[in-house]
Every structure is written in C-alpha cells, then in structure tokens.
Design a protein around this ligand. Structure first.
Ligand SMILES: Cc1ncc(COP(=O)(O)O)c(C=O)c1O
Length: 377
C-alpha cells in the first residue's frame, strides 16, 4: 500500500480548479466549439500562445513574439523535437550534471552522448561549462546544445544566480552552441524575493531557445507546453512535428481558464507548495537530521536529499517499497546514469499528513540501508 507518493512533479490535487475549468470549458466551447471541426493552427491555438507571451511579459518585463511560439504535447514534445532538430545520433549535448529524467531519457533515445557539467547550490558552474565546451570543440565533437533548468532546478531546486546566467549566455554565444532554457518552475516561488530574470529575458538573449509548460501550474494531464525559438529553428520544428497539431480542445479550455485565473491560481499553488515544503523540511529535520543533508528549496516542487555515502541504494529501494514510499533515486537524474547517494522528494502531490507519515517511513527505510547505523552492521 502506498503511504506517500513523492515520485513526480505534480501540483496539489486538492486545489485543482475543477469548477472553474468546467465553467471555462462551457464559455469557450459555446463561443468557439464549432471551430473544432478544423485542424489546429500548426503552431497551436493562438490565444494560448498569446497567454504564454503574457505570462513571460508579466514575470520578466520582456515581450516575445507569439509567432515565435510552438505549442506541444506538454513541454516533453517540444524538447524531443529540439533534440531531433539540433542533433544527429552520436552527437554530444550538455546538461547539468543532475538533470530532469524525462529530458535525459529523450537525449539517450536519440543516441546522444550526454556531457554532464558540474552544478552546485548556485546552479550550473560557468567555469566547468567553459571547460567542457572547449574540450569538446578541441576533440572535434562540439556540443550541439546546452540544456539548462536555471530556476528551481529539477532535481536540486537550485537557482542559477544572475551573474552565472549572464556568464552562461555569454559562453553559449562565444562558443556558438545553442542554449535551451527550460523554465517550467519559474512561477512557483515561496519567498518574497523573486528569482533572477529568465536567461531569455537578458540583453543579447534573442537566440536562447525558451521552453515552458502549463503542467506545473495546472496539471500534467492537460498535456500543454511550448517552445519559443527563432524563425529558422521554428520551421524545422514544425517540419518534424507530424501530429497534425496540438489539441485545440485542451488549448481552448486552458486558455479561457488562464485568461481569468492564472495569477490567482498560481498564488494559491505557491501558498500550498510553501506550506508542504515547510511540513517536509520539519519532518525531515525530525526524522533524518542526523543522517541526511538538504538545501531548503525557495521554489519549485522538489527537495534533493543527500544520503550517507555508504547507503546501499538497492536495499533502500526495496525497503522503501515495503514501507510504501515512492520517490525517484538520484541515479534517475544523473547525466551519466551513475548510482549516487541522493534521492528526490516531490512535495506538490501528497497531503501534509502523507508527507509526515511518508518521511517517517522513508527514514526507517534509509536507516535499514545504511550499514553503519546501529544494528545493521
Ligand atoms: C524540467 C522539466 N522540464 C519538462 C518537464 C515535462 O513536463 P510536461 O511535458 O508535462 O510539460 C518536466 C516535468 O517534470 C520538468 O521537470
């Protein structure tokens, strides 16, 4: 029996806005329903692209062109299209050393070699990125792109500092390697101090490829995400996207809902996520403060737990399963698929009570998997 599901980055189900979505669907379908006999605009429902522009403008103070946007099935599809458009099998691409499992899976699926670059509490390290870009170019295998999650990084929760954002943009330009900024958590902050500007919003960032999603402020079930890119790349993406368009039915409902509720719903989500983060941090402190380490995330959906070096992850997986706790082991996020002493807890989905009970069960499982803990030797 599952006691607590810390596995995936999903919003809180209790605040999912069923009533408002039903009302939004009714309004928009009454007005535009017959248009659903048509195939969608190849770039996706224009009103939802305009909303993506508005979302960016409000947060970043910068206007992007709605015609630079392509909607997709979540942001997963745009990410897969980008990998296909920018690489050939056998090419090398750069990610943070720890990165989003889904993207790593796509890159591996396209036969790419992933070069993981060091990441610390301030995010991706520019010196290490510079060295990697230089070494790869010298070896005749230049990186085809850099993929980074600068804000509330998945899995670490790290926020890339403004100085590093500028440095990474400069490196991408100097080495002439495209930069993909995946910014799907940027609206989920818990503190009054907001994260630094999106890299795409910095001066000289017109070439930065911007990816985001509606999954994290509504729900992954909507399957709506997007990419904004320059005209040439956009053409290639459109050419590869052979699905006859992203669902206008879903896009209509989400657009109508987001036009009226985006800010208020995001504010509710942030409050709920902040509370759950606090519950999680308190429970971890109580149960595992002597054994594990973590940095308290200032936004997003994840807490990255450092386990004791001597942990046996296979034993942990087994005992966590018996304890009914679901989570993702560190290995799933390691660019080189290495077994590492970390695990990721996604705290958006479980209730406060489940978090408290889940941490108690997880702590039991972790103690079972550390040989030096009294009684295990
Ligand atoms: C960093 C990052 N990018 C992209 C995605 C994909 O989300 P979706 O396809 O639902 O937009 C996720 C989902 O967890 C993610 O964490």
């Amino acid at each position: 029996m599952t006691v607590c599901d810390f596995s995936s980055g999903r919003p809180d189900p209790a605040t999912f806005p069923v009533g408002d979505l039903v009302a939004a669907a009714s309004r928009r379908l009454t007005a535009e329903g017959p248009d659903l006999v048509l195939y969608p605009d190849p770039q996706g429902y224009p009103a939802l692209r305009r909303l993506a522009v508005e979302r960016f403008r409000q947060r970043e103070g910068v206007d992007l062109d709605p015609d630079s946007f392509l909607l997709g099935t979540g942001s997963t599809q745009p990410l897969a299209l980008l990998a296909e458009a920018l690489t050939e099998p056998g090419d090398v691409v750069i990610t943070e050393e720890f990165s989003y499992t889904g993207t790593l899976g796509i890159l591996r699926r396209f036969g790419l070699t992933i070069e993981g670059v060091k990441i610390d509490e301030e995010g991706l390290c520019p010196e290490a990125l510079d060295r990697a870009l230089e070494t790869l170019a010298m070896a005749g295998t230049p990186a085809r792109f850099i993929y980074a999650i600068p804000t509330y990084q998945n899995p670490t929760g790290a926020i890339l500092s403004l100085e590093r954002r500028r440095a990474i943009l400069e490196l991408s330009r100097r080495h002439d390697v495209p930069l993909i900024e995946d910014n799907c958590y940027a609206d989920l902050h818990f503190e009054s101090e907001k994260p630094p500007a999106s890299i795409r919003a910095l001066p000289g960032a017109d070439e930065v490829i911007y990816v985001a999603s509606w999954s994290k402020i509504l729900g992954p079930g909507a399957r709506l995400g997007y990419v904004s890119a320059g005209p040439e790349l956009l053409e290639r993406l459109l050419d590869l996207k052979r699905d006859a368009g992203t669902s206008n039915l879903a896009a209509m409902i989400v657009a109508e809902y987001m036009e009226h509720h985006r800010e208020s719903h995001t504010a509710v989500l942030c409050d709920v996520l902040r509370r759950k983060r606090d519950v999680l941090v308190a429970a971890l402190g109580e149960e595992l403060g002597d054994l594990c380490g973590w940095t308290v995330p200032l936004g997003g959906m994840f807490l990255w737990v450092r386990l004791p070096d001597e942990i046996d992850n296979a034993v942990l997986a087994k005992s966590a399963e018996q304890e009914g706790v679901l989570y993702h082991p560190g290995r799933n996020f390691h660019s080189g698929d290495r077994d590492i002493p970390y695990l990721r807890l996604a705290f958006g989905y479980p209730s406060d009570e489940e978090i408290v009970t889940g941490v108690r069960h997880l702590a039991r499982a972790i103690r079972t998997a550390v040989p030096t803990v009294a009684g295990n030797a």
